[in-house]
Design a protein around this ligand. Structure first.
Ligand SMILES: NC(=O)c1ccc[n+]([C@@H]2O[C@H](COP(=O)([O-])OP(=O)(O)OC[C@H]3O[C@@H](n4cnc5c(N)ncnc54)[C@H](O)[C@@H]3O)[C@@H](O)[C@H]2O)c1
Length: 411
């Protein structure tokens, strides 16, 4: 098996989770890493046993190497397009963290770059690769739900604004300049993408939406002139071209215990998606060695409601148990269990453009809905697919100040 040599850009929280997963994918080797923060990079290098010569503070230097096949981009949202386009322009395959970008237009630039530079792109959307999604899609594809007519995409936290009342997380999550948006482009994109994928990627027709940031902020949490610059709630109602209505609800903080799960309803059956897995496999390792999220990562469950022999039924599908059995019986399923395994199988040619799950396309269609909610609020009316495509505004960073100088991006 030919080794795939990978380098990482951004050695923050999510890079640790990626590293744990890379260590479990045969035939992949992480050979270099980059972060603008030299101290953080050094610690990271020590943790994983990297030579100093393989650690870079300027990714442009790292891209001059000719012994790297692909780059794993783990910087924050408004840097996804600038950094990933630079990576692809330099001829490397690219794996980009979610969200593809904070706006539709930035996502489209990233999407187009894969063809323009003739390389392979994937976007991290762990909710597409979890077992709940696989079994839900099977039920829909087999027609068990009949004609679909309504879906709900939901995410809720009692109080969990990353970087604010979840202090382990990067403050960039709540920075408009770097993070771009709040819960909708954070966890929301996992939920919307999951809904679209299960339903066979129906196109958006129109969408109406609103966002707000009204959950109180204890000013003691705002340290060193920090500002809360993004939303804490986004809601939307989309009309899809397959005739399905999709309502979207995503918050990071709300004074309410429960807002119910995502679901899809059809003429003959419905499915409820409980505890959607947005962790994507192994959990992130902190600099001090603690694993974040290990206790809270739930086992996703699927519930089916319908009729059997004229009798109304409800069934619970334990995705974890079934998935473990499926993996034993069919090892070929391995690349469909995880984003990173999927991308490397695609790079190796084990998966083709026809057989792979096209995460850049799913992420781009998802960005249409999230950006549509923001555009709708701006125009105070519902907006069409074409309007979002033509009116979406770039939020990507064009000039980045770093501790050692400025990086100008061209995309
Ligand atoms: N933290 C999570 O649990 C989580 C989960 C899923 C996805 N994500 C996504 O991963 C991305 C990163 O999130 P994070 O939590 O790891 O953030 P983070 O702030 O911990 O890490 C980002 C790192 O990128 C570095 N960086 C910034 N610009 C750079 C550049 N030009 N070159 C090299 N390095 C640069 C920063 O110094 C920082 O160390 C975000 O897009 C986020 O949405 C995070």
């Amino acid at each position: 098996m030919k080794e795939i040599r990978i380098a990482i850009i951004g050695t923050g929280m999510i890079s640790h989770r990626h590293m744990t997963i890379w260590s479990k994918i045969p035939g992949t080797k992480i050979v270099a890493a980059c972060d603008i923060d030299e101290k953080k990079l050094k610690l990271w290098g020590e943790m994983y046993g990297f030579d100093e010569k393989d650690l870079y503070i300027d990714f442009r230097e790292m891209l001059k190497r000719d012994d790297i096949d692909a780059i794993d981009v783990c910087v924050h949202n408004n840097l996804h397009t600038p950094v990933s386009v630079a990576v692809m322009r330099a001829g490397f395959h690219c794996y980009c963290e979610k969200p593809m970008a904070a706006s539709y237009i930035d996502s489209k630039i990233l999407y187009d770059a894969q063809k323009k530079y003739g390389v392979k792109l994937a976007v991290q959307i762990s909710s597409i690769f979890n077992l709940q999604t696989r079994y839900a899609k099977k039920l829909v594809d087999e027609g068990k739900l009949g004609k679909l007519y309504h879906a709900r995409s939901v995410g809720h936290r009692r109080e969990g604004r990353p970087g604010l009342d979840m202090p382990d997380f990067s403050r960039d999550f709540i920075s408009k300049e770097v993070g771009g948006h709040g819960p909708l482009t954070d966890l929301g994109i996992y939920h919307i993408a999951q809904m679209l994928y299960i339903m066979g990627m129906p196109e958006l027709e129109t969408i109406y939406g609103m966002s707000s940031a009204d959950y109180f902020i204890d000013s003691r949490l705002l340290k060193d002139g920090m500002e809360y610059g993004v939303e804490d709630l986004s809601v939307g109602l989309a009309k899809l071209k397959n005739g399905v209505s999709l309502d979207i609800y995503e918050d990071w903080a709300m004074h309410i215990d429960d807002v119910g799960p995502s679901f899809i309803a059809g003429s003959h059956g419905g499915i409820k998606l409980i505890d959607v897995d947005t962790w994507g496999g192994e959990l992130s390792l902190q600099e001090d060695g603690t694993v974040v999220g290990a206790d809270s990562a739930p086992t996703p469950t699927l519930e089916f409601f319908g009729y059997e022999d004229g009798v109304m039924i409800s069934k619970v599908i334990d995705c974890g148990v079934n998935g473990a059995k499926e993996s034993l019986m069919n090892p070929a399923i391995f690349p469909f269990n995880d984003n990173q395994a999927h991308w490397t199988a695609y790079l190796r040619g084990d998966l083709t453009d026809e057989t792979r799950i096209d995460t850049p396309f799913i992420a781009l269609e998802t960005a249409l809905l999230s950006d549509g909610i923001f555009l709708s609020q701006k125009l105070n009316r519902s907006v069409t697919r074409d309007e979002i495509c033509s009116m979406s505004e770039s939020m990507a960073i064009r000039s980045q100040k770093t501790p050692w100088g400025v990086i100008d991006y061209d995309f």
